[in-house]
Ligand binder design. Structure first.
Ligand code: PLP
Length: 419
């Protein structure tokens, strides 16, 4: 589908009078509408809840919007739990789906009375030494093998570090029951950034069948099934776009076919989407500050991979709009780069775009999830600001940009201040 920026050149010219580029900007209206569509698609399930994956966009103002729309949060670290607590998420509004979990993280998750999702069977006895079990505990499943859809391999759970085997799931439930746990959740994340409406329904069927088996073999109550994340977005204009209504309906069918005949129609469906909810509603806005003509044509931006790591890390595609030139012919081939001393610091390679002039504003699309949050400080580059484009078209600063003093804040310069 055609990709249009949710900002115009005029708006960015206005915004940059107060907040210079680069910055990430989020579209509140788009976020709210998207969450409402998601909730509607799963409204057939009484207990349905979305737990937004905080790692995708860990900003309290974004989390507050999602809370107002009825979402919970999915955390996997101490600071994500702290942030969620500050925003006001309480007990069953927090899912803790971590792995290789330190003691302190489990302690805080339990103190907040979050749902705790054990990644491994050994975590049960590790946890037992730290805190009392809750009445409901969750277990993460890894079926092994390849995950296929329409005879195509989508991902390889057998190579993934997450979750437990089916035998371990059973053993874990019996063990937890002996420790007084009464209700169980099950969780799995088998493929990332899927662009097929069949992913969630297929995953749901796997987990529903597992739930039926666990209920029979372990005589336990399964209270929720967490489909986790993985519903993707169309980063490229030519990619298919997921249809959340079809996805919700596919999960409902599997529910009716597998759980209902087994007397399990009280099972709540949970999701932990990050990318699907937020990616399309964030832009990284940067300015062209250099052009270079050597063996290739380069445009250098005031943003770099430290502001958006996905292209450098995964070779990921992010669509680019040159603001004010939306309708011009894409007849120039460019590498669009940042200023890191790393040749993979390229937002785009051999991309056909309109002629770019110094000072042009460049929008990198679909940066609302796993964008700012994957940022880092290599080369001493500083993290950008985050802005919120509110529903009334005003702009709010929701995170200031880093200053050199932030970069130096963890160093003690006492010994160097003598001269
Ligand atoms: C990252 C993550 C998610 C969110 O993944 P998306 O690709 O953003 O949908 C959900 N659950 C867990 C456990 C994760 O690690």
């Amino acid at each position: 589908m055609e990709k249009k920026a949710f900002v115009t050149k005029e708006l960015i010219e206005e915004i940059t009078k107060t907040y210079p580029t680069p910055f990430h900007i989020y579209d509140e209206k788009g976020i709210r509408e998207n969450v409402r569509r998601l909730k509607k698609a799963f409204s057939w399930n009484k207990g349905y809840k979305e737990y937004f994956a905080v790692k995708a966009t860990p900003n309290p103002y974004i989390l507050k919007i999602l809370k107002e729309e009825g979402c919970g949060v999915d955390c996997s670290s101490l600071t994500e739990l702290m942030l969620s607590d500050i925003v006001g998420f309480k007990s069953d509004e927090i899912m803790f789906s971590s792995n290789v979990t330190p003691k302190e993280d489990f302690m805080l998750a339990r103190k907040l009375n979050a749902y705790i999702n054990f990644d491994d069977i050994t975590h049960i006895d590790y946890f037992k030494e730290i805190a009392p079990f809750a009445l409901t505990m969750c277990l993460r499943y890894n079926p092994g093998g390849d995950f296929t859809l329409n005879n195509e391999i989508m991902d390889t759970p057998k190579d993934a570090k997450y979750g437990m085997t089916k035998a371990q799931m059973k053993e874990a439930i019996l063990k937890l029951k002996s420790y007084g746990v009464k209700h169980f959740g099950i969780h799995a994340f088998l493929a990332s950034n899927t662009k097929d409406n069949g992913y969630y329904p297929k995953l749901a069927a796997i987990l529903f069948n597992l739930a039926v088996e666990l209920k029979k073999d372990c005589n336990c109550h399964i209270s929720f099934i967490n489909l986790s994340g993985g519903v993707g977005v169309d980063y490229k204009p030519e990619e298919p776009r997921n249809d959340i209504e079809i996805i919700g309906e596919g999960v409902r069918k599997a529910f009716e076919e597998i759980l209902v005949p087994n007397g399990m129609n009280d099972v709540k469906i949970f999701t932990e989407l990050g990318r699907f909810i937020l990616a399309p509603f964030g832009h990284l806005v940067a300015k062209a500050i250099h052009e270079k003509h050597i063996y290739k044509e380069y445009i250098g931006l005031d943003a770099c991979a430290a502001n958006l790591m996905r292209p450098a890390m995964y070779g990921a595609y992010h669509h680019i709009t040159v603001l004010g030139k939306e309708n011009e012919k894409c007849d120039h081939k460019y590498d669009i780069t940042g200023g890191l001393c790393e040749n993979n610091d390229k937002f785009a390679i051999d991309r056909m775009l309109p002629k770019i002039d110094i000072g042009d504003y460049i929008v990198l699309h679909d940066t609302g999830a796993h964008g700012f949050s994957m940022g880092y400080n290599y080369n001493g580059k500083l993290r950008s600001a985050e802005l919120l484009l509110k529903e009334d078209n005003t702009v709010k600063l929701i995170r200031r940009k880093e200053e050199p003093s932030d970069y130096f804040a963890t160093l003690d310069f006492k010994e160097f201040n003598k001269n």
